[in-house]
Design a protein around this ligand. Structure first.
Ligand code: ZN
Length: 443
């Protein structure tokens, strides 16, 4: 009895090996709240990191801040046998480009690329912002610690680089500090243009903007809720694609939405104590973030952030008014929470960079038939594929079938009209590509 039982148990665990990767738990455990606190403190202590602030001083202003960020990336790189390519990417913005650009300024991003071994030109990006602001967006001299907005996202990005640089990945990971966010999303615009020019194959950007506040203006205190913002469909879609959507669906299935679902699912799998909230919109009402210029360029991009904001602690002169302490100061940042959201990023970067690319084309058929049919382009490096489907009203890919290493499959008895479908490629360690919504029809 016993040997058979043991054999069965072994077989069972062999069959289920692909469900989770133990390295992902190590990554979660390696993220340090203490290091994030240290880095947020360092960033806040530059006094102001306003995009138009001093660039000469070694202790104050955005120049000192970006040099420090570069030196941190350089230090991380020297600890991993120079595994990071660290450089400045910059663009000159002329005075008057908008009302917030009151003098000519170089908008300088700090980029660190961890080169993938198998798909060096395929990139998944994590970003935070270097710059900060106070009440007047053109005030580039006042104290502007920007501890939560957005030293938290910047420190999380540096910490993710520290943790993930201990591993090797098949795809490249970019860790980036973007500047000019508060002046009009300039840094993101610059890097997205740079990516286009260089022909980077971008899976998407995980933009972190405010990942440290747990006490909301809504009265809710939560260190597990967080939001994933994603736009429904890309702004670059053609008239033809828009028309096709009317008849075939896809209003809530753009590439950024699939990336949001990916982050949601990875979090649910590996950090079930967290409460990811997918928000079906580009960003908060009328407000902006650095994923948008990537979306504008046709790339997938999402915003990861706290769920409960406090507006008295954003974009405010530091002051006391009617008994309220205004200002984005260190005391309001919860570093354990910033650690958790950093871990959310790190495990998704790892999972995407360990996983294969997504199939380029996914075709769907089965009109006026009892069976839905899917076929897709083969992915070099995939060991198999999953067909996902869900009720048309569901936000998440609730059903799947692993179909092995084939490039077509018929779902018997599942009627095409009643569900949405997609296909993901699966790698040897079980890591998946984002789901691809069908982009072609066959009869
Ligand atoms: Zn801001």
């Amino acid at each position: 009895m016993k040997p058979i039982y043991t054999t069965l148990l072994f077989l069972f665990s062999a069959l289920s090996f692909a469900q989770t990767d133990l390295r992902i738990y190590d990554i979660i455990n390696s993220v340090s709240a203490e290091r994030i606190e240290k880095d947020v403190t360092t960033l806040a202590n530059f006094g102001t990191r306003h995009t138009l602030s001093d660039t000469i001083s070694q202790t104050r202003g955005i120049g000192a801040a970006r040099r420090w960020i570069k030196s941190e990336f350089d230090r991380i790189s020297s600890n991993c046998n120079n595994c990071l390519e660290v450089f400045y990417q910059k663009d000159l913005v002329k005075k008057g480009d908008n009302a917030r650009i009151v003098h000519d300024v170089w908008v300088v991003n700090v980029v660190a690329i961890q080169r993938g071994t198998k798909y060096p030109n395929r990139y998944i990006i994590m970003s935070g912002d270097i710059d900060s602001r106070v009440s007047d967006p053109a005030d580039f001299t006042s104290e502007s610690p920007g501890a939560n907005d957005n030293a938290s996202g910047m420190a999380g990005t540096i910490e993710a680089a520290r943790v993930l640089s201990k591993y090797q990945f098949e795809s490249s990971i970019i860790y980036v500090g973007l500047s000019g966010e508060e002046q009009g999303l300039y840094g993101g615009k610059g890097l997205a243009a740079h990516a286009k020019e260089k022909g980077w194959d971008i899976v998407g950007i995980l933009n972190n903007d405010m990942i440290g506040n747990i006490t909301g203006v809504d009265g809710v205190v939560s260190n597990t809720d967080f939001r994933i913002f994603s736009e429904p469909v890309p702004p670059t879609e053609t008239e033809q694609q828009r028309n096709a959507r009317r008849f075939y669906g896809g209003e809530v299935d753009g590439i950024s939405r699939q990336l949001a679902r990916y982050v949601y699912q990875t979090t649910k799998t590996y950090m079930p104590e967290m409460n990811p909230m997918m928000i079906y919109r580009l960003d908060r009402f009328g407000r902006g973030g650095h994923h948008r210029p990537f979306n504008d360029a046709g790339f997938a991009g999402i915003r990861i952030m706290e769920a409960h904001e406090n507006y008295t602690q954003q974009h405010q002169d530091i002051r006391m008014e009617d008994g309220i302490a205004y200002g984005d100061v260190l005391e309001h940042v919860n570093f354990d929470y910033a650690k958790k959201l950093t871990a959310v990023n790190a495990i998704n970067l790892a999972s995407i960079a360990w996983g294969p690319p997504a199939p380029e084309t996914v075709e769907i058929g089965g009109i006026v038939e009892p069976n839905a049919k899917l076929r897709w382009s083969k992915v070099d490096g995939a060991v198999g594929y999953k067909i996902y489907w869900r009720d048309t009203t569901s936000p998440t890919w609730d059903n799947y079938r692993y179909v092995g290493d084939v490039t077509e499959h018929t779902l018997e008895g599942i009627v095409i009209d009643n569900f949405f479908f997609g296909v993901a490629a699966i790698g040897k360690d079980g890591h998946e590509s984002p789901v691809v919504f069908p982009n072609k029809i066959f009869r």
